[in-house]
Design a protein around this ligand. Sequence first.
Ligand SMILES: Cc1cc2nc3c(=O)[nH]c(=O)nc-3n(C[C@H](O)[C@H](O)[C@H](O)COP(=O)(O)OP(=O)(O)OC[C@H]3O[C@@H](n4cnc5c(N)ncnc54)[C@H](O)[C@@H]3O)c2cc1C
Ligand code: SF4
Ligand code: SF4
Ligand code: SF4
Length: 549
Amino acid sequence: MSAKQIVRNSACLNTKSIGPKPKMLPVYKDYLPPCNQHCPTGNDIQGFLALVRDLEFKKAWQKLVINQPMPAIHGRVCYHPCEISCNRAHTDSPVSIQQVERMLGDLAIDQKWAYPTVNEETNRKILIIGAGSAGLAAAYHLRLAGHQVEIRDANPHAGGMMNYGIPAYRLPRNILQQEVEKITDMGVKLTLNHKVTDIVAEKEQGEFDAVFLAIGAQIGRHLKIPMEDCGPIMEATEYLNLVGNDQGPKLGKRIVVLGGGNTAMDTARVAKRLGAEEVMVIFFSDRNHMTAHEFEADEAEAEGVKIHWMRNLTSIHGTEFTMDIMALDENGDAKPTGEVETLKADAMVFAIGQDIERQLLSGVENVELTPDGCIKVNEYMMTGHEGIFAGGDMISSSRSVTTSTGHGKKAARNIDAWLRGGVYLTEEKHQVVTHDMLQLWYEIDSNRNPINEVAVAERVKDFTEVVQGLTMDQAVYEATRCYSCGNCFECDGCYGACPEQGAIIKLGKGNRYKFDYEKCTGCQACVNQCPCHAIAMSPVSDIPFTLKK
Ligand SMILES: Cc1cc2nc3c(=O)[nH]c(=O)nc-3n(C[C@H](O)[C@H](O)[C@H](O)COP(=O)(O)OP(=O)(O)OC[C@H]3O[C@@H](n4cnc5c(N)ncnc54)[C@H](O)[C@@H]3O)c2cc1C
Ligand code: SF4
Ligand code: SF4
Ligand code: SF4
């Protein structure tokens, strides 16, 4: 051993020495990227993007379906909170994560890739009530764990709101059906046209060991206002349900949709496609207060839907709709100004929210409600009734396909643990890596691909899918835009920056690197250049290592 190394080693050992003593040494770390943190299904986004970058498409899809089985669906309808939080957005634009996911989902359908092999049969039976995204996701994860699963649904088609809410121009039904089929192909039994009215009786008669309730929130809310001699009045869920069953009603030439959420925007856009000449949305506040996503309102307006902001509907007489003109007060609340306005319309659709069907739960002992009228579950997704779990829109949460899919996964893991006599324990999450923690010392000029859409004049003619996916090349390009926030992607930057020969050892593709602390001086050059913040300096006393004799 050289004199230099003896000095270094004794410094690390914190014994007496004559040279400089590094107090801190580098360690490779794994952080949590914000995209992953914000995906309600817990997708390993960075992981599947890295595989796409390496052209390993099947492996990328396999990584995706560890967490959620419906990438072609989520690649179309998810509100992609992953992209909203993507660190790359601070540089130019977020990685098009959702579109890459869609490409993989479509490829899996095309190539008929099968889900992972089901575990050894457990001979335990689970009844799932509701074949929406929560029920389907739970069925997938429970079946993978080796349980017998049956889903019962009141409707003639599976998919819940994905079939009876989200219009086909955003989610083509053949895509939905094919991902549902993939789940039933695993051996999940799907019984349609079966409305459950007595949960406990069906559980006992079918000898089920557990039940997962996923009946959604299907009851459209109504507003009590004076209405006289008016045309057809419907609720959005009822209207879209008819559309989902290919019986979309033509309510009239001029249609009003009441509400400011995504359902209102979809209902208006559907009415346009069904031939209404004039479609108007009435919303009591301004754009900043609508619950619809910005893009949903933009697309509705682009398609010719007129949104009457700051108008509160007060009565309908024949074809005359009377509205208070509203103004925001100092707290930002919409208040009537005393002035009124009228418009003419032939029919109206309420799109002011949905409630859950509580009737089904009324006879089930110990099931409690939350203050917002949803079903109360504990941290293990179990209701107050032992063995009956719930998730999706019927429990308190932000209502979306992806949140419900995430609930399905979480419930399945908890049901599985409960059936095995334990509880499901989650691992502690790593620290999140934020944009300011990255060392982006290099120049980049690679904005994201624009998302192609069918031209407005064309798309309003029918239910053709509006958003066109990325080509495989574009998806690969998007994957290469990922910074790999917080996790080493073997760029060799640290290796190249290290002034001490042999202080960083390459372990071969996929195995990253390791430090040789006998040679490392703790100069921090590797840390300072690591673009993805996968190395951190740590006190010497916290690093376990053995010195050579
Ligand atoms: C118009 C509209 C557009 C939307 N757009 C989007 C979007 O773009 N992106 C997004 O993420 N989210 C969107 N959402 C929200 C999303 O669709 C829901 O949050 C999600 O699908 C709910 O899933 P779920 O499984 O909890 O319930 P649901 O999808 O509602 O499924 C419940 C199922 O239970 C069945 N059921 C009910 N009662 C019984 C019973 N007694 N017996 C047997 N079966 C029963 C129903 O038939 C149904 O199939 C939209 C919602 C609407 C209404
Ligand atoms: S499911 Fe949604 S949030 Fe999750 S990775 Fe896909 S697009 Fe992003
Ligand atoms: S750059 Fe990549 S790892 Fe970082 S947040 Fe975006 S998608 Fe996730
Ligand atoms: S650059 Fe080399 S010597 Fe400097 S801290 Fe990193 S591994 Fe140690």
